[in-house]
Design a binder for this molecule. Structure first.
Ligand SMILES: Cc1cc2nc3c(=O)[nH]c(=O)nc-3n(C[C@H](O)[C@H](O)[C@H](O)COP(=O)(O)OP(=O)(O)OC[C@H]3O[C@@H](n4cnc5c(N)ncnc54)[C@H](O)[C@@H]3O)c2cc1C
Length: 406
């Protein structure tokens, strides 16, 4: 084990992946996560591509990476995203984003909770739950992290992986503004069961990588299947029986589906009645749509329905490199358009883990290693932030039908 000790604020997708990569390289690491055991609701299914998938491959032990691949969605008929009209006729489509992603088990989509539990696998007491970071200070030869309970932790490097509202970024780069990103009804998320009977009656096109259906009145529904290659519990028992992964039944993630202009209550204002009322609105929108789309909406499990107010950042000009660095949404939160945020956070984690490991082995100066991560990240992420920012224009999924008004 090298003498380098890395502190990570935030145990989300990016922070945990980095922790795994550092562990794998023998670098000492501690993660400070605000939440206790649970996972906050932020969507159900992550569309994956080779950016994120290769980050996972670089960081996870082989068996946990294999578990990720086996619990990923079955390879869909087409990896593309497609826009349909309300009768399931194809209007337009776009290919899979990111580096080549082929072979017998390409990166497809993963359930967020399953991924989180795989990423937590074997990190044990390196992850501190209920530990909210509040700020940091430089010490003579490292950095001190301050936590909400008044305690501190010391390390050689601090990585802000604490998401769009990052407390660490607020102190490091106080000029960065969080931009509320109104996606209206597309911020609604729910799950609809994908039983073998449902799967058998769905038109193939609804099982493409990601599907957006829309009508001439402005109604819009985004859907993405999660039907793992191997049942989650079976794969976990076979490949990594020592880690805890909750079983999850196949589902269709559904987003959107209320009439344009309908106001959705802020999450804090939801009551026990809100999901039912919102669901009524969704059912009304699809009342005259293709029966398969209508059925998916009708069968939504009301307990899974929630609304997520998106927030994003603009690209931040280069900043002076210090022992405090950032990754993922903490520095490049973007619109959900094109499903890139988690993939980019995982890519960051893979690269930063490699750089810090090289510094730990004495192969690279520590600040040079951090600077190289920051420069690379700006290069590959900022163009995607720009691409994702015009969410409305691109129909909420990176696509729009030919001839649609911009
Ligand atoms: C509904 C929805 C759907 C999405 N779909 C996709 C998709 O299909 N594909 C894709 O690539 N991306 C998708 N994204 C984006 C993706 O979820 C994010 O980009 C990704 O989670 C970012 O990872 P992260 O680790 O940087 O941040 P997060 O996953 O947000 O993790 C940050 C962590 O830090 C913790 N934290 C916050 N504050 C503190 C603090 N002060 N101290 C300690 N811990 C703290 C949080 O509790 C959290 O665990 C989606 C996002 C949403 C909301």
């Amino acid at each position: 084990m090298s003498r380098l000790h890395v502190l990570i604020a935030g145990g989300g997708v990016g922070g945990l992946c980095l922790a795994q990569g550092l562990r794998r390289a023998g670098v000492s690491v501690a993660v400070y996560e605000r939440e206790g055991d649970g996972i906050h609701r932020a969507g159900y299914r992550l569309t994956m591509n080779a950016d994120g998938g290769e980050g996972l491959r670089a960081c996870l032990p082989e068996d946990l990476y294999e578990l990720y691949l086996q619990t990923s969605r079955k390879t869909p008929p087409h990896q593309r995203a497609v826009v349909l009209d309300r009768d399931c006729n194809e209007l337009s489509s776009a290919g899979h984003l990111g580096p080549p992603n082929e072979g017998p088990r390409p990166h497809t989509a993963i359930d967020r909770r399953v991924l989180r539990q795989i990423l937590l696998g074997r990190l044990g007491d390196a992850v501190h739950g209920g530990a909210a970071a509040t700020g940091f200070e430089a010490t003579e030869d490292g950095v001190r992290l301050h936590l909400a309970d008044g305690t501190t932790a010391e390390g050689d490097v601090l990585v802000a992986a604490d998401g769009v509202g990052s407390a660490i970024r607020r102190q490091l780069l106080p000029g960065v503004e969080i931009i509320p990103a109104d996606v209206g009804g597309l911020g609604l998320f729910a799950r609809s069961p994908l039983t073998p009977e449902v799967l058998a009656e769905l038109p193939d096109v609804l099982l493409d990588g990601f599907v957006i259906a829309r009508d001439e009145r402005g109604g819009m529904l985004a859907i993405g299947a999660y039907d793992p290659r191997q049942p989650v519990a079976e794969a976990a028992a076979q490949l990594a029986p020592d880690i805890h992964v909750d079983p999850v039944d196949p589902y269709m993630m559904i987003s959107g589906g209320v009439a344009p202009g309908v106001t959705i209550p802020a999450p804090a204002d939801w009551t026990a009645e809100t999901p039912r009322a919102v669901h009524e609105g969704m059912r009304a929108v699809v009342a005259d749509w293709h029966p398969s789309l209508r059925g998916l909406v009708e069968r939504i499990d009301l307990d899974t329905l929630f609304w997520f107010p998106f927030r994003r950042l603009d690209p931040t000009p280069a900043w002076p490199t210090t022992r405090v660095t950032l990754l993922g949404d903490a520095i490049h939160a973007m619109m959900p358009t094109r499903g890139q945020g988690a993939n980019m956070a995982l890519r960051d984690a893979g690269i930063l883990a490699g750089r810090l490991a090289a510094a730990a082995r004495g192969e690279q100066d520590l600040l040079e290693a951090i600077a190289a991560h920051e420069a690379a990240m700006r290069d590959y992420v900022y163009p995607i932030m720009d691409l994702s920012s015009d969410h409305g224009r691109f129909g909420g999924g990176g696509l729009r039908p030919e001839g649609a008004a911009s």
